[in-house]
Ligand binder design. Structure first.
Ligand SMILES: [Zn+2]
Length: 364
């Protein structure tokens, strides 16, 4: 690395690789071209081996697709991976060396104004990312067509400023409004040369079909505990086993639970559920349902915490009475059912009432 070959762009290199052309190359590039690649670009992607392999293979074969959709639960590294892919595409050396100016700028985020990457060829869009004064829309219902028209479309057809690749990252792509999605369809299907889209979503079912069908899925799963622990350590946190268990593979949730204050709100929710269940009274169920956290996502998060609490409790009980494992697991299933109903756009109030009533019927 750092040789004169460093001046060859990724796109040119991929082209040469495809054509099987030989040119003087550094050892790293020789390995890269022979498939024994050295791609520091994705080394930082911890705990997502399947996604990492997919992306590395795409690079080593010179077949990076023009439109990906990164799917998986919240807080498992999808956006980070999108930024690593963008970095690898605009890198001046070998697929995300991490040290060249392009890599550095691709990974840095502006500290003033919209929090977007410092590289002009890495474009980020997301609901509310840009001020209404800039895009002319408040975006109360989702990523507006105005944002796409102002930020994305003007860049199509002119190629990357710096010659390598133009990358558009769409955060929470399931929040694209119909008009915004429609304005992207043609470009998504046949983007200009060296242009790549990466759509990030933790709610793939809400993604508009015509958008989903034009993108290649890369799946992200919950982070394994070891990866979670390593990531938290790098942030100066020392998670205990209980926190790792409750984080359920999400770095975001682990960070939240690392805060005493946040953990108390989850614990309060569990306590409120228990109280309503113990009351064994429909009135208590209704009152609890009315006092729930207002936002759907927050409520879902609390329900997942409750589910994990039950799962942990069941595990303990089952150790004492293994023959009753199925019975113990029922509470957990009831919670998951309520969460699923809310996820599928059911009424949160009704789902919570049903939750409390069903749990009340269970032997405590
Ligand atoms: Zn680089």
């Amino acid at each position: 690395m750092g040789s004169v070959r460093g001046a060859v762009s990724c796109a040119e290199r991929r082209g040469a690789h495809k054509r099987g052309e030989a040119f003087g190359a550094s050892a790293a590039e020789m390995r890269y071209r022979s498939g024994l690649k050295e791609m520091p670009g994705f080394d930082d992607l911890l705990g997502q081996d399947a996604a990492k392999t997919t992306l590395e293979r795409a690079f080593s074969l010179g077949k990076v697709h023009h439109a990906y959709r990164f799917e998986g639960p919240p807080g498992v590294g999808k956006t980070f991976a999108a930024r690593l892919l963008a970095r690898a595409l605009v890198c001046e050396r070998v697929a995300g060396c991490g040290t060249c100016s392009s890599c550095t700028r691709a990974m840095s985020l502006a500290t003033e104004g919209p929090e977007i990457p410092g590289h002009p060829d890495v474009i980020m869009v997301g609901r509310g990312l840009y001020p209404a004064s800039l895009i002319g829309s408040q975006e109360s219902t989702g990523i507006s067509v105005d944002q796409i028209r102002k930020i994305v479309l003007p860049r199509m057809g002119y190629g990357p400023h710096e010659g390598r690749a133009l990358v558009i990252i769409v955060l929470d792509a399931d929040e694209l409004t119909i008009a915004a999605a429609n304005s992207l369809l043609k470009t998504l299907e046949e983007p200009p040369q060296n242009t790549h889209f990466i759509l990030v979503t933790s709610r793939p079912k809400r993604l508009i079909d015509t958008i989903a069908s034009r993108t290649i899925r890369v799946r992200f799963g919950p982070l394994p505990k070891a990866a979670l622990r390593t990531l938290l350590h790098t942030e100066g946190l020392s998670p205990d086993e209980d926190l790792l268990e409750r984080a359920q593979g999400s770095l975001d949730r682990a960070r939240l639970l690392g805060s005493e204050e946040e953990r108390a709100t989850y614990a309060n929710f569990v306590e409120a559920v228990e109280k309503a269940v113990e009351a064994r009274d429909p009135g208590a169920a209704v009152r609890f349902a009315e006092s729930r956290p207002g936002e759907r996502d927050v409520l879902l998060d609390h329900l997942r915490y409750l589910g994990t609490s039950y799962a942990l409790r069941e595990r303990e009980r089952a150790e004492r009475a293994p023959e009753r494992l199925g019975e113990f697991a029922e509470d957990h299933r009831i919670v998951l059912r309520a969460a699923r109903a809310i996820e599928q756009n059911g009424s949160p109030a009704l789902a919570l009432e049903a939750l409390i009533l069903e749990l009340s019927d269970r032997p405590r």
